[in-house]
Design a protein around this ligand. Sequence first.
Ligand SMILES: [Zn+2]
Length: 161
Amino acid sequence: MCVANLKAVPMKSVAVVACMDVRLDPMEIFGLDLGEAHIMRNAGGVVTDDMLRSLAISQRKMDTKEIWLLHHTDCGMSGLDNDAFLAELEKEDGARPTWHPRGFNDVEQDVRDSYQKLVEDPHVDARRVRGFIFDVHTGKLHEIGLAGRDAHGHPAEKVLD
Ligand SMILES: [Zn+2]
């Protein structure tokens, strides 16, 4: 579709929060086309304050209804020693960053932690969140169950409302 004919509002009402890893193509993985979803990326695909800001704008001003979290195997953030990295930056740059690196040890747990951050934020509607892990070696996408959702993203008996 020609960009000139697209509206800024995502046609599939989806906002994807994904890792910036070069092996990850969120549009291709989810079979999305231009104009269909917001794609928000950072190191790890973690839910930071700026992700919350973007999601609040995506939901309130661009009418997105669903959030898809996309993490992956062999992530550079997996196993990153947060304290050591902070100390390294402080030593080399003479200042400690105001942000946290958000390295993690368990990719599936980090999807759940990211989901929890969405649930706890008063400005984000977290009633429709799906969590995925992409295997960079097999190219397969694995959906994990989050609270209120089964492993296929369908509402479980009790959905958070
Ligand atoms: Zn990654």
